[in-house]
Write a protein that binds this ligand. Structure first.
Ligand code: NDP
Length: 295
């Protein structure tokens, strides 16, 4: 079978969001509670502001209440902690998300660990991260982008057990947690990072290749084992004078080359990106159901 599959993140994300919307209205109708998500944005990074606004719109369309707090760039740790502590106590809020990256003067660790782990819908609290890494334990929440990658594999019936998986990148938000998730599903996982020697050779052993390096077109056709499944997490803006705004969005994988070798691949845009938002809504709904013991 030489058939090639374009993994459609937009379509899967839409179907997940439709299901969430139905669940939210069922919950509202039966116990008069709607899930609530609080998003804290510090500073004025354009990309962060645009992610926050996408999350807000997605909440609204699913019937989830969203509360945004936008704080100035020069906010102190206490300023941010004050909001986190108040959302921790707020019974109408079931999920709390601090948009990363934070301005460099703020201590990310102190801020993330202040979030109630039961409302940590991004899964970045050290307790949830630690539980994810442990055998036989379950975190309350799994980070959204890694969860979205795994969800796409499931929805496209990609077998993970016993397969060789290679993850490019080891960040706390994508590479590291996605490697743990793959290992939990019984893949044999190798991580590539910036100090890895012969990354191309290692990548070529992968049945499942997840690229999350933030390097445009780094993964060429020659990096891919014929028939492998490729998940491209990268979101990179590159200059392109022929594009409407002079720049264009590409992933970490050279799509044109990859689609000739891989059996399936996620496009950028329209692959992992929309799944990330769907997983955030899903985690928020799960949290509200848990807190209110609604099944
Ligand atoms: P980071 O910059 O935090 O991490 C990048 C990782 O890739 C690091 O572990 C780094 O290694 C590794 N790396 C970088 N360059 C190379 C290289 N040349 N060879 C091998 N490894 C390399 O990025 P993030 O994890 O936050 O994000 C990764 C990408 O995913 C970005 O493009 C980002 O925009 C995108 N993204 C997409 C999301 C979505 O919803 N689709 C959500 C979040 C991120 P080392 O540890 O040694 O420095």
């Amino acid at each position: 079978d030489t058939g090639f599959t374009r993994i459609d993140g937009n379509k899967e994300a839409k179907s997940i969001r439709d299901e969430i919307k139905i669940e939210v209205s069922r919950m509202d109708a039966s116990i008069h509670v709607v899930p609530g998500l609080a998003v804290i944005l510090v500073g004025d990074r354009q990309d962060s502001a645009s992610y926050v606004s996408k999350k807000k719109k997605a909440c609204e369309s699913a019937g989830i209440k969203s509360v945004d707090v936008c704080l100035p760039e020069d906010s102190s740790e206490e300023d941010v902690l004050k909001y986190i502590l108040s959302f921790n106590e707020d019974p109408s809020i079931h999920g709390i998300l601090v948009q990363l990256p934070l301005p460099s003067h703020l201590n990310e660790h102190n801020i993330l660990k202040a979030i109630n782990p039961k409302k940590d819908v991004d899964g970045f609290h050290p307790q949830n991260m630690g539980l994810l890494a442990m055998r036989g334990r379950e975190p309350d929440f799994v980070p959204c982008t890694p969860k979205g990658c795994i969800e796409l594999l499931h929805r496209y019936n990609v077998e993970v057990e016993g397969k060789r998986a290679v993850v490019i990148g080891r960040s706390n938000i994508v590479g590291m947690p996605v490697a743990h998730l793959l290992q939990n599903e019984d893949a044999t996982v190798t991580t590539i990072h910036s100090k890895t020697k012969n990354p191309e050779e290692i990548a070529r052993e992968a049945d499942i290749l997840i690229a999350a390096a933030g390097q445009p077109n780094m993964v060429r056709g020659s990096w891919i084992k014929p028939g492998a499944v490729v998940i491209d997490v990268g979101i990179n803006h590159i200059e392109d004078p022929s594009a409407p705004r002079g720049r264009r969005l590409v992933g970490d994988v050279c799509y044109q080359e990859a689609c000739k070798v891989a059996s399936a691949i996620t496009p950028v845009p329209g692959g992992v990106g929309p799944m990330t938002i769907a997983m955030l809504l899903s985690n928020t709904l799960t949290s509200a159901k848990r807190i209110h013991e609604f099944e």
